[in-house]
Design a protein around this ligand. Structure first.
Ligand code: KPL
Length: 300
């Protein structure tokens, strides 16, 4: 199977590294130093106590890439419009783009551009860190789930490739609840760790940070409940705290973005809760406050 990965950052690089064991992978990324390093030395991955380099095709320009039946969209939210253009260029006429990005809104942007029949969505609990040009680290193995829409057969074939490469993956007909399940975790962890500049675990150990996490997750869980969604766990606060503890020494992706001086994904995470709350007539003052604080931090 030929698979293009649009955005070879932490998660895109990690998934590309694994998938290249079993599939014909091409990484497309605008960061030229990263692409040059992968071309020169292979994609280097630190995982399970070892460091391995794998030869993977990487390009910054999709012009000369042969058409692919599947594109995985793993760019940050502010690059989704770019990914939609590249997917339109690279996909075969019946090809499908799957977004595994954080937050809400990316699917809608891709579907508006490619048509809903050519876009699928999924959710991953894998953790990854981008260490530098051409180098990623596995920060945590966890399941990935692909939605059965728009095409259950293709999702099943892709899930099989993921699993064969070492990334446990299944297909679900209830992908929206799973996406919101991860969204609530990101709502509770990402902005607070970025603002406080602490690793994830600090949110569970500091009583004040923990209170904030609880309040912001409860607000978002009320929005999910008002939408009638079934989350993949019973207690959103307990689950988010468990993720913060399980990833205690990790820097959240939002903290990594802020430290790099890159735009964060705040508008697709806490900002998305505010927009959904407004639509449903539910107040979300804490999520609104965190969104404004992170936007202010980005502008400093
Ligand atoms: O998904 C994450 C992220 O950083 O974006 C968590 C689960 C918070 C792990 O760091």
């Amino acid at each position: 199977m030929r698979i293009a990965i649009l955005g070879a950052g932490a998660l895109g690089g990690l998934i590309g590294f694994y998938l290249a064991r079993v599939a014909d992978v091409v990484l497309v990324d605008t960061w030229e130093a990263h692409v040059a390093a992968i071309k020169a030395h292979g994609l280097i991955c630190e995982y399970a106590g070892q460091t391995e380099a794998r030869s993977v095709c990487a390009v910054s320009e999709p012009h000369h890439v042969a058409p692919v039946p599947i594109a995985l969209v793993l760019v940050k939210a502010h690059q989704t419009a770019w990914a939609a253009r590249v997917a339109a260029q690279l996909l075969t006429p019946d090809g499908v783009a799957y977004t595994l990005q954080n937050g809400l809104g990316n699917y809608d942007m891709l579907a508006a551009s490619l048509g809903a029949a050519r876009v699928g969505q999924g959710v991953t609990t894998l953790g990854a860190t981008l260490l530098g040009p051409g180098r990623v680290r596995l920060a945590g193995l966890g399941p990935t789930t692909l939605g059965s829409v728009p095409e259950a057969q293709r999702a099943a074939a892709l899930a099989e490739q993921f699993s064969a490469s070492g990334l446990a993956t299944s297909v679900s007909t209830e992908i929206e609840g799973l996406i919101w399940g991860k969204l609530l975790v990101n709502v509770g962890i990402n902005a607070l760790t970025a603002l406080l500049r602490v690793p994830n675990g600090a949110l569970a150990t500091s009583p004040e940070a923990r209170q904030l996490l609880e309040a912001v997750v409860c607000e978002a869980a009320a929005v999910a409940a008002a939408k009638g969604l079934t989350l993949p766990y019973a207690d959103p606060v307990a689950h988010t705290l468990a993720v913060a503890q399980a990833t205690a020494s990790n820097q959240s992706s939002m903290l990594q973005d802020i430290l790099r001086g890159s735009p964060s994904e705040i508008n697709t995470i806490n900002g998305a809760i505010v927009r959904e709350g407004e639509r449903l007539g539910l107040p979300t003052p804490l999520n609104a406050m965190l969104t404004k604080l992170v936007l202010a931090l980005e502008a400093l």
